[in-house]
Design a protein around this ligand. Structure first.
Ligand code: ATP
Length: 473
């Protein structure tokens, strides 16, 4: 494995820059999952870097799918037995988690040895349960201290992770309150959380970066007793110019990687070998961090069928309506681009508003039409998701706020009303469908594009290795 890492050309990309510099990544536009020929041109001045990488290659390691062959036929219970308390295993089975998904099978044995891990697996592959089972194997609910922290990029994802953790921690189906999980999310009632954190610290804290750092900076609590730190959607947090500084602080100033087990998770870790290197160099993880990479050659779930319809900008709404009639989705998410600052200043309505108005008057189907976007207040956002989770089919109109991590397993269709801005966004938007790990059901990702956008979609197809079929309506 050591030589494999050293031979990868794009490891030599960044001879003098600060590590994991997101802006540089976007400027270079490297292939998303694979090294490209551009690396050769950039390689020349990188010898010193290669020497550093040799040290990295000797300590970190990479597990690819099916390498943990001795766990192939085990149930989740058998993999976790002896590590995870019996009542959690019991709840896990009551909920319906019996067989492990690939990432659970590959990563859990390594996580139980105490090594830091990067969980890198397709959308909807069960990364949440993977890190939660590790957490439950380590915490002692009798102890009054924060022992595990899960950092998430959005309030919505935080609420979802909290719910799964509480479901697992509950002693029985009816006792969902008997748990020690606290959500510390942007827009929450931080005052009440402050006193709670001091008086009765929860064992598990699910937090957005800003809220967590606020509490740490105000010395409301410390991370001294934290055994596990999970950063979910890690690439998103590192790419966000607003959050990257706080994440770095959290990983190095507020706590030390030697004193905790660190887990990073995402379906997309562009330039992942470089990221592993940075994890070690920057002391975000220990030197023997393991990169568990499932389905390395197939970034998108196979159950997704991708289509495109070519149309003019001016008749997109009508085309969407025709698609909704043609496909008759059980539940769908319609992704719309964010409104530009220029359009906001000009006083225009955002596309989400126009689309909602159009659907409310023209859509004659039975699905409930809901909206989720960043400009809504937190309560309205929460209400939309709660309504969806109560059952019944839905048509959710959303910006990319719903693209990361949100788990609505009944979603059968994704409509990209506006094409996503990046290949990573395409992967995460598409991955909101096809989220039932052991189902054969095919789900549809439909893209409404103008002829000028065809080449962009083609690029996404090449980088993510899927093919998109044209649909003539
Ligand atoms: N072992 C399992 N058996 C059955 N269902 C499972 C299992 N593990 C996870 N799931 C279900 O799979 C779905 C996707 O899981 P999860 O939200 O953890 O995906 P993820 O890998 O975090 O995806 P993303 O990268 O999009 O955030 C959830 O509905 C979850 O309940």
């Amino acid at each position: 494995m050591a030589s494999q890492l050293l031979n990868v050309p794009h490891l030599a990309f960044f001879p003098t820059i600060s590590p994991f510099n997101p802006s540089l990544f976007s400027k270079l536009k490297p292939s998303f999952f694979h090294s490209t020929s551009t690396s050769r041109a950039l390689k020349s001045s990188s010898n010193s870097r290669i020497i550093n990488l040799q040290a990295v290659a000797e300590t970190s390691s990479e597990i690819e799918s099916n390498s943990a062959a001795n766990t192939t036929f085990l149930t989740l219970r058998q993999i976790c037995q002896g590590f995870v308390p019996e009542h959690i295993l019991h709840r896990m089975e009551e909920i319906g988690f019996i067989s492990p998904t690939d990432i659970q099978r590959e990563a859990l044995p390594t996580l139980f040895t105490g090594r830091d891990c990067i969980l890198h697996a397709q959308t909807g592959s069960g990364k949440t349960l993977t890190y939660l089972l590790l957490i439950f194997s380590l915490i002692n609910p009798q102890r009054s201290s924060v022992q595990a922290v899960i950092v998430v990029p959005t309030r919505e994802l935080g609420m979802q992770v909290t719910k799964v953790a509480r479901m697992l921690a509950a002693k029985s189906e009816i006792d969902v309150k008997g748990c020690t999980v606290m959500a510390l999310l942007d827009g929450g009632i931080l005052r009440r959380h402050k006193s709670w954190l001091k008086a009765e610290p929860p064992a598990i804290l699910v937090a957005t970066v800003a809220s967590l750092c606020h509490m740490l900076e105000k010395h409301i609590f410390r991370l001294d007793s934290v055994k596990v730190l999970v950063v979910d959607e890690v690439d998103f947090l590192f790419y966000s110019s607003k959050q990257v500084g706080s994440v770095r602080k959290l990983l190095t100033s507020f706590s030390s990687c030697d004193k905790r087990q660190t887990v990073f998770a995402s379906a997309s870790i562009p330039q992942h070998k470089h990221f592993v290197h940075d994890c070690i160099q920057q002391k975000w993880t220990k030197r023997d961090v393991v990169h568990v990479h499932v389905s390395a050659i197939m970034p998108m779930p196979l159950c997704l069928l991708h289509r495109f319809v070519m149309c003019e900008k001016t008749n997109k709404l009508q085309v969407l309506l025709a698609l909704l009639e043609y496909d008759a989705p059980e539940s769908a998410i319609i992704f719309v681009g964010e409104q530009s600052e220029k359009s906001k200043k000009a006083g225009n309505d955002p596309s989400t508003t126009l689309l909602m108005e159009f659907l409310k008057t023209s859509y004659k189907g039975s699905l409930e039409i809901l909206l989720l976007e960043g400009d809504m207040n937190f309560n309205s956002r929460a209400a939309s998701l709660t309504e969806i989770r109560q059952g019944g089919g839905f048509l959710l109109v959303s910006t990319d706020i719903a693209a990361r991590g949100i788990d609505l397993p009944e979603t059968t269709h994704i409509f990209n009303f506006d094409l996503p801005q990046t290949v990573t966004d395409y992967l995460h938007r598409a991955g909101r469908a096809g989220r039932k790990p052991f189902s054969d059901r095919k789900c549809i990702v439909a893209n409404l594009i103008t002829s000028e956008e065809r080449f962009v979609l083609q690029r996404y197809e090449n980088e993510l290795m899927f093919s998109c079929e044209e649909l003539m309506l």
